[in-house]
Design a protein around this ligand. Structure first.
Ligand code: ADP
Ligand code: MG
Length: 226
């Protein structure tokens, strides 16, 4: 059993005319520790696929399994707990809370299912150090550079060591040098993990650092070389 299994996944959106087909027969397997880049033209459904893998959106057909479990079979409360515990997100926009410090933003996911534990807080500390921002711990997002904000977002996404780390164009808003730093961090942190990393990216440099590349084309995924 692969950690992530996607079988014949379909997604369509209703419109006044015919339904808009975004995904049709998408299949994907990823094993523990594996990283996968999802490539494809703008509008091909990459963000839609990532949102479904992250249980933020529901498939129209097909099955997603994470450690053998189909999250869409869970009750709403159980699904929220599943998402908080097993899924980490990094978006193109950092979505940090402006009123919280860098460190508080990193710790935030710990509070989703109860009080933060000492182990969780220690993990937050070590991640903040790992992304090189210990000396920025009390800075608010507005007091950080774009690259620093994205490094906080990566630490936040990893603080619960999620089974699935999902990143949607994580370097899309960054200049080349900063994108390189963020790429190195993501790749380095993933190498220490047991979970799966799925990254939507237009960056060949980032895609080429991951274990596998797949391309979303004609509503389906195919293996890609670059
Ligand atoms: P990508 O991330 O590859 O650029 P998206 O997944 O964002 O593509 O979008 C794929 C297609 O689905 C686009 O044509 C977009 O307009 C459409 N789409 C995305 N979300 C919705 C929605 N909530 N309702 C209707 N159409 C949507
Ligand atoms: Mg997108």
């Amino acid at each position: 059993m692969s950690l992530l299994e996607v079988d014949q996944l379909g997604k369509q959106y209703p419109t006044p005319a015919e339904p808009l087909v975004v995904l049709k027969d998408v299949n994907l397997r990823a094993d523990r520790g594996q990283s996968v880049a999802v490539l494809g033209p703008s509008g091909s459904g990459k963000s839609t696929l990532l949102a479904i893998l992250g249980t933020l959106d529901e498939p129209s057909s097909g099955v997603v399994r994470v450690e053998g479990q189909d999250p869409f079979q869970l009750s709403e409360t159980a699904l929220a707990a599943f998402r908080a515990d097993r899924i980490g997100f990094v978006f193109q926009e950092h979505y940090l809370l402006p009123q919280l410090s860098a460190f508080e933003n990193v710790l935030l996911p710990l509070l989703a299912t109860g009080p933060a534990t000492a182990a969780g807080i220690a993990r937050g500390e070590s991640l903040l150090e790992r992304v090189g921002l210990t000396d920025r711990r009390t800075h608010r997002p507005a007091e950080l550079s774009g690259g620093e904000r994205q490094r906080v977002a990566i630490a936040r996404a990893l603080v619960r060591d999620p089974l699935l780390l999902l990143a949607d164009e994580p370097t899309g808003n960054l200049d080349a040098a900063t994108a390189e730093t963020v790429t190195e961090l993501l790749v380095g942190l993933q190498a220490e993990r047991d979970g799966v990393l799925v990254v939507v990216t237009h960056s060949e440099a980032l895609a080429n650092r991951l274990d596998r590349r797949v391309r979303l084309i004609n509503h389906a995924l195919e293996e890609a070389s670059v």
